[in-house]
Write a protein that binds this ligand. Structure first.
Ligand SMILES: Nc1ncnc2c1ncn2[C@@H]1O[C@H](COP(=O)(O)OP(=O)(O)OP(=O)(O)O)[C@@H](O)[C@H]1O
Ligand SMILES: [Mg+2]
Length: 616
């Protein structure tokens, strides 16, 4: 028999279990509904996001693995850039395309073989020109190509020392796919005539030539052509023009009495023009240019050397103080180029350049340039490429470079341009017009570039321009700062070039020859004058002596006459005295005893014999 209490309890338990099951089922149903609602909500958000994105951004990237793109180039345009910079031969790496973010899979380069088609690096101050130059120089050196660059601000000397890593640099280089490690490069430091830390570079005045000299002296066309004739004259007469003193001597000679006839023979140079040139020359020398001219003259082939490990030597002309001598510096660089041009053989289009020459602060070269001078620069730029030399002009805006030169520059790295003033804006528009068509609003891009970014277009291996590419440039691997001064001094002291160029020479040149000539003429003249003066003096002395002699004779005669007269007078007086004595003795006895008489006699007698003299 069952216990009614137990039965009751079981029934209650069953009821409770059934209620619990019901509640669980309800909870499950609620959870499922909640999950479904959440999923729907997520979907709605995604859809909204996608819609929003599709309104702002270009289509999704063509390469699904690449980083997200936000423009300004379309996927096709990015592809065109990628293909446009995929060269077959060796190339220098400039950096990675930026399309919103850096695209490490789209590298921007310049073919090594196209560097002799010249280039331009431009941009406002502080935008990265020098670092671009440095990165190019380093890669050229690594590729066995020697480099020449002027280190205007002294901030390029760090090429000789390894760079220093820092987190910002590493992030930057990793972002553009640059495998960065510190590296130093073989460097030779030069200085203008020894002013600064470097092996002295000098040019002889005749080597420099009248055209460049006229430019540094600021001569006008008439004066410049007169100077050319003076050079000609010096050459014809075997007067070597080594230093400024030599030229000065020739000018002085021509403007002096001895050179008058020669000057007349020079075809219409006026003495006044010579005077002007002379004045300018003196001012120029006094301003400290003396040291840059003279011997030994630098053999510009020194700049074509490679180090024992095959890397190209980076020759740096240290000219930190150039700001006060811009004309000299820029003309000097032009001379180096012209000299290279004269010395080097034709090589056509070599696989890689023999030398790349960076011409920093290039605006200095073109400022106030005469037409003759400009023509020479244009000619040099055009012809030097077939000698395997590439020139890269570095300047603030492309408008600093004359159109005819600009037109010959195959590669362009344009850093940020500023458009603060109406002039800036005009220059910006002019710059934009010189670019090939592209997917960029270049006015906007050029003013919005970050530091170390540039708009690039280069000459491809077929000689055609590559697509315009907004590029984040690679960082140099060497030090991005000046090399420590003591290390630089030590490097210069240890240079093998010191033996050849360290000490200035002073041969017998025009100034010595002309000085000797002038001295000889002056001496002959002096000797002649001296002789004449002597003769005159002798004659005068003879005359004087004769007069003296005459005077002496007369004096002697007079003295004799006086002596004779005195003699006669003395004899006469003696006789008189004698007579008086004779008469006196007879009266003495009469006056003796008279004191007065005695005193008077004493006076008379004393005066006559001189025992007592009367006052005169
Ligand atoms: N490619 C780069 N990688 C890393 N840093 C860079 C790069 N380019 C520029 N910078 C940074 O920007 C600074 C200024 O660059 P840089 O000295 O090259 O400017 P600049 O255009 O030559 O200026 P200036 O006209 O005054 O000579 C550098 O010191 C460096 O810190
Ligand atoms: Mg700079």
């Amino acid at each position: 028999m069952s216990d009614p209490t137990i039965e009751q309890a079981r029934a209650a338990a069953d009821a409770a279990a059934a209620e619990a099951n019901r509640l669980q089922a309800e909870a499950q149903a609620a959870l499922t509904r909640a999950q479904e609602a959440a999923a729907a909500a997520t979907q709605a958000v995604e859809a909204a996001k996608a819609q929003a994105a599709s309104l702002q951004a270009p289509p999704a990237p063509a390469s699904p693995s690449g980083p997200p793109q936000v423009g300004p180039l379309s996927a096709e345009q990015v592809d065109a850039v990628r293909r446009g910079y995929a060269f077959e031969g060796p190339a220098l790496e400039l950096g990675a395309l930026i399309n919103g973010t850096p695209q490490p899979d789209v590298q921007v380069r310049v073919p090594l073989g196209m560097l002799n088609r010249h280039g331009l690096v431009a941009g406002a101050t502080g935008t990265g020109k020098t670092r671009t130059l440095q990165a190019l120089a380093e890669q050229l050196s690594a590729a066995g190509v020697p480099v020449f660059a002027a280190d205007i601000k002294g901030d390029l000397s760090g090429v000789a020392a390894p760079g220093v890593a820092n987190p910002k640099l590493t992030a930057r280089t990793a972002g553009i796919g640059q495998d960065w490690s510190p590296e130093s490069f073989p460097v030779e430091f030069f200085s203008l005539g020894g002013a600064g830390t470097g092996v002295p570079i000098r040019a002889t005045v005749s080597g420099f030539g009248p055209l460049l000299l006229a430019k540094v002296l600021g001569l006008n066309e008439t004066q410049a052509s007169s100077l050319a004739l003076v050079f000609h004259y010096a050459e014809d007469h075997g007067l070597a023009l080594a230093d400024l003193e030599d030229l000065r001597a020739v000018l002085q000679w021509l403007s002096g009495d001895e050179g008058k006839a020669d000057l007349a023979g020079l075809g219409g140079i006026s003495g006044a023009t010579i005077g002007v040139i002379l004045r300018e020359l003196v001012g120029f020398a006094d301003a400290g240019a003396d040291g840059f001219f003279g011997e030994p003259e630098i053999d510009t082939r020194e700049f074509l050397r490679t180090a024992p490990d095959g890397r190209g030597i980076v020759s740096l002309l240290e000219v930190p103080g150039v700001a006060d001598r811009p004309a000299l510096y820029s003309t000097f660089l032009m001379w180096l180029l012209a000299d290279l041009f004269n010395d080097l053989p034709e090589v056509g289009d070599p696989e890689k350049p023999k030398l790349v020459f960076f011409f920093d602060e290039a605006h200095l070269l073109f400022a106030d340039a005469s037409k003759d001078f400009l023509d020479q620069v244009i000619r040099t730029v055009r012809l030097i490429r077939s000698k395997g030399v590439g020139i890269v002009f570095v300047t603030q805006t492309p408008k600093d470079v004359p159109g005819e030169v600009l037109g010959q520059l195959g590669s362009r790295v344009q850093h940020q341009l500023r458009a603060f003033t109406p002039d800036d804006a005009k220059a910006l528009r002019a710059t934009v017009q010189t670019y090939p068509r592209s997917g960029y609003d270049l006015e906007q891009v050029l003013t919005g570039l970050g530091i170390g970014e540039a708009v690039v277009t280069v000459m491809n291996e077929n000689g055609a321009p590559t697509p315009v590419a907004w590029t984040r440039l690679r960082a140099p691997q060497a030090l991005m700062a000046p090399m420590p001064a003591d290390a630089m001094t030590a490097a210069v002291a240890a240079s093998p070039l010191q033996a050849k160029y360290g000490t200035a020479l002073d041969r017998e040149t025009a100034s010595e020859l002309l000085t000797a000539k002038m001295n000889a003429a002056a001496e002959a003249d002096k000797a002649e004058k001296d002789a004449a003066a002597q003769a005159k003096a002798d004659a005068a002395a003879d005359k004087l002596a004769a007069a003296e002699a005459r005077k002496d004779a007369a004096a002697r005669k007079e003295a004799d006459r006086e002596r004779a007269a005195a003699q006669r007078e003395a004899e006469h007086q003696a006789a008189a005295r004698n007579r008086a004595m004779q008469q006196g003795v007879s009266v003495v006895t009469k006056v003796l005893g008279n004191r007065q008489t005695q005193r008077m006699l004493g006076d008379v007698l004393g005066g006559i014999f001189g025992t007592r003299r009367r006052g005169r």
